[in-house]
Ligand binder design. Structure first.
Ligand code: GUN
Length: 295
């Protein structure tokens, strides 16, 4: 069993990005600039956005963090997005989800300029991805592809079971792994809360991607010997033995499942750092691309 180390893999990718940014700056090109919007003070969102901004600084990107109160109106948030759309210094815009219940994420995402949609959530971006046209890829699926590439894991012809059909992870992942590309060419089954025989589905998988948001949901009896396990879950559970009283676990029961796998991602330090890499690569691409098509 080999651990797929997101920290080490992302460190290598970030070194390549850093070098490219130095070259861009030396040639007089624009410094990549990511603008992040955080609405309210959800602790998990604060931590994610904090890591994204910190990584921008590490890589030599410019970053802007716009912190807004949870009770702002949808119109106010839209105005901020439109202002960033028009700001030529900004290459990528990220609105951290979830948003407070009175603000529609669809309305906000639909108003991000697709040329700056480095999260890969806009319908135009997702439509292009679906059709195999060049596009930003959603950060987590992109990070998983980068991880597979890094470890030279060829999923061609494999049965891939994805558990969870979110717009952010499960659904785009199913598209990306089934397309005629590398990584890709897998036979994908997309499972969800209404799937009847989840255990049998998982048991027949050569690769499982767990993105269901439930702690330790994938247990050892659901995993075939030698399967590859990619755990997207980040769940906080009580743990009185920790000073903080809690710890992070994935959607996979790691300790029980790991001995049966060929490869497995840990939580934390697995998919999480790779997601940030995906976002940073998209931001670098956005900075290098001509803009103005959607203004
Ligand atoms: N919330 C959970 N994952 C993500 C992500 O990748 N991007 C944004 N903007 N919000 C998230």
């Amino acid at each position: 069993m080999q651990i797929l180390d997101g920290t080490a893999t992302s460190a290598q990718i970030k070194e390549q990005i850093k070098k490219e940014v130095i070259d861009l700056k030396a040639s007089g090109s624009k410094t990549p600039h990511l603008a992040a919007i955080l609405v309210g003070n959800n602790p998990a969102s604060e931590a994610y956005v904090g890591s994204k901004v910190k990584t921008c600084n590490e890589l030599g990107f410019d970053s802007t963090l716009l912190r807004l109160d949870a009770d702002i109106s949808e119109k106010y948030l839209l105005d901020q997005v439109r202002r960033l759309n028009e700001d030529d210094s900004v290459d990528g815009i990220l609105v951290q989800l979830p948003l407070p219940g009175h603000i529609s994420p669809d309305v906000i995402i639909n108003n991000i300029n697709p040329e700056k949609d480095v999260d890969g959530f806009h319908p135009i971006t997702q439509g292009k991805m679906l059709l195999g046209q060049p596009s930003f890829l959603p950060a987590t699926p992109y990070g998983i592809l980068l991880m597979l590439e890094h470890y030279k894991i060829d999923v061609t012809g494999m049965h891939c079971v994805i558990v969870g059909r979110s717009n952010i992870v499960g659904t785009p992942m199913s598209v990306l792994l089934s397309r005629n590309a590398n990584p890709g060419n897998a036979t994908v089954t997309l499972c969800h809360s209404k799937t009847r025989n989840l255990k049998e589905m998982c048991k027949s998988a050569d690769i499982i991607i767990a993105a269901i948001g439930r702690p330790k949901y994938i247990t050892a009896d659901m995993v075939k010997e030698g399967a590859i396990i990619i755990d997207v879950g980040i769940n906080r559970i009580d743990d009185p033995s920790k000073k903080s009283g809690s710890r992070l676990v994935g959607d996979v029961d790691f300790d029980a499942v790991a001995p049966h796998c060929s490869y497995i991602t840990p939580v934390p330090k697995g998919v999480g750092p790779m997601t940030i890499c995906g976002l940073m690569k998209n931001t670098l691409t956005a900075a290098k691309q001509p803009k103005g098509k959607y203004n």
